[in-house]
Design a protein around this ligand. Structure first.
Ligand code: SPV
Ligand code: MG
Length: 431
């Protein structure tokens, strides 16, 4: 009897999957692989059903003889284990980033004479509706909110990218790249005060009020499913911060990061070039504790951001604050620096981790941008935030387009470097 293998990464079985199973059954004994949660989140949307339950679901299907876990998006281990005569997959993976995975499967099979079978991909109104329903579930506040904590558990390092509008949210949501045969995508979104303010043509000094910032979150939430980390600036007055916490929680935001400054806040990248005042340990601890007291769910996170390195108050001050803020209830620590060299950030992480193995560490490598995600993870960092790169790439491109149209008195000269309208339209989902 021949062995047939197919890998599923779905939460819901629809006619497309049943078709694959029935095609597989014609060829032999059917083994279904359940792509592990850790592998799946690099490849596809976050699962709405945990791995254990997906295994149960696949086992219950008529025609399935065995279910195994596939721990990697590449098929090497599973092919060694199963040695299938055939591997079946929907033919949608002949295109796009997934093609690299298919090419690799072809190579693995060729090595011992196995065969790859592309089954015509099923996509109709019913399947589309199931897709939309799953997406809707992922976007619901109670599901979205807790996903950041799950990601911290699952990922060596959670990758968050800045979003300040529906469109930038969609870019963070949908960008999947293939690199060296593997697929990757961002895990979460950062609603930056700098980029949110800049998009509104305003300075980053807590001038854009919370109602407006919430409106930005709502615009992003309407079209995305990934978890959101909100840049809460200083958090404002403690008496106001408690309301902010409740609103963010209700909306389904996963975390707020507040920085230990008071008075007129300026952007940290100005450092000591402008006047900025750090709150005392007691003042800021009180704000954190009040926020934690106001919080109603166990999912939401209040992350304390330490500005000691930015304001040149020294490493000891930063470390002292970190442990005080964790004691006050902070669910994570963000340490910031505007040095090009990551040395002080790494020293902080190493020394913080000596006494605290679990509290998540967040970093924003805008200035120290040579450091890689792997290196940060090795030093105990749990979340990396790319805080402003989308805004900084779009702004000069738009400015140049405006200048060139003025220069040439027509749009032809700029058109070659613009995205075709058709492509823009495909980014936007229609119901
Ligand atoms: C932001 O993105 O608004 C931040 C990070 O707070 S930084 O601009 O580096 O201060
Ligand atoms: Mg900010």
């Amino acid at each position: 009897m021949k062995t047939v293998y197919t890998c599923f990464c779905t939460d819901v079985i629809h006619e497309g999957h049943l078709n694959i199973i029935s095609e597989a059954k014609k060829l032999g004994r059917v083994i279904v692989g359940c792509l592990s949660d850790r592998a799946l989140i690099r490849y596809n949307k976050f699962p709405t059903v945990p791995q254990k339950e997906r295994v149960k679901l696949y086992r219950s299907l008529e025609g399935v003889d065995e279910v195994v876990i596939q721990n990697d998006m590449l098929y090497d281990d599973v092919v060694t284990l199963v040695q299938p005569d055939y591997i079946l997959h929907g033919d949608n993976w002949r295109r796009g980033p997934e093609k690299a995975i298919r090419d690799h499967v072809e190579q693995l099979l060729a090595a011992y004479g196995g065969e790859l079978v592309d089954v015509p991909y099923t996509y109709n109104d019913k399947v589309r509706k199931i897709d939309l329903q799953l997406r809707e579930k992922l976007a619901m506040p109670e599901y979205r909110r807790k996903r950041l904590r799950s990601l911290i558990e699952m990922c060596p390092i959670v990758k968050a990218m800045e979003a300040h509008s529906g469109l930038t949210g969609l870019i963070v949501e949908k960008t999947v790249v293939e690199h060296e045969g593997r697929l990757d995508q961002f895990d979460a979104m950062w609603v930056s005060s700098l980029c949110d303010s800049t998009a509104k043509g305003k300075p980053d000094i807590e001038l854009v009020d919370m109602t407006s910032r919430f409106r930005t979150i709502d615009d992003i939430m309407e079209v995305t499913t990934k978890p959101i980390i909100f840049d809460g600036d200083t958090g404002g007055l403690t008496e106001h911060f408690v309301y902010t916490v409740r609103s963010l929680e209700r909306m389904g935001v996963s975390a707020v990061i507040i920085e230990d400054k008071k008075g007129l806040k300026k952007n940290s990248l100005f450092g000591t070039d402008v006047e900025q005042t750090q709150a005392t340990v007691e003042e800021f601890s009180e704000k954190i504790a009040a926020g934690k007291k106001a919080q109603l769910t166990d999912d939401f996170m209040i992350i304390a951001r330490i500005e000691s390195l930015i304001l040149e108050k020294g490493m000891e001050d930063a470390l002292l604050r970190a442990s005080a803020f964790v004691k006050a209830g902070a669910d994570g620590i963000m340490i910031h620096s505007r040095k090009k060299d990551p040395a002080e950030i790494l020293e902080f992480c190493d020394r913080f981790r000596e006494g605290d193995k679990t509290t998540p560490i967040v970093v924003v490598p805008s200035s120290f941008n040579t450091i890689t995600e792997d290196e940060l993870a090795e030093h105990g960092v749990n979340i990396v935030i790319y805080a402003n790169q989308l805004t900084r790439s779009a702004f000069p491109a738009m400015q140049k387009t405006a200048e060139d149209i003025l220069r040439f008195h027509r749009a032809k000269e700029v058109d070659d470097r613009l995205m075709p309208i058709k492509e823009i339209i495909t980014l936007i989902d229609e119901l």
